[in-house]
Design a protein around this ligand. Sequence first.
Ligand code: SF4
Length: 124
Amino acid sequence: MYSFLLQECLPDILNRPGLKVNVVDLEIVYLTMGNVRRFTSAAELTDQGKLLRPYSADNHETIELIPVSLRDHEEMRVRIINWIEDTIEAQTKLNPPLEGDAARICSYCPFYRECWDLWKEKGI
Ligand code: SF4
């Protein structure tokens, strides 16, 4: 999806309409306060994980980072369109609250109040 967005949006961002962007390799770096993870489509990488016992500065779990895969541009376009349509449908076409045995999980659901208020509002 990052590759798709880059190819679609970079010409506009650079104000160069008609520029053909061809992504041949992708590298994604996630940063948190405690960790940095780097994924690339070029190769598999490893990273330093949790500290292991006995604790020492170089005794860490090794995490294998799965390379990100580059998908066909048009395949991604179709997937993204489907995701957007599914999201719109989910926001406009609500399923009814669960009933019978299945409704037992409702008491643990974080959306219980909103769910039932919504269905009362719709006159169910
Ligand atoms: S309360 Fe939660 S689990 Fe129950 S129907 Fe609503 S959304 Fe689903």
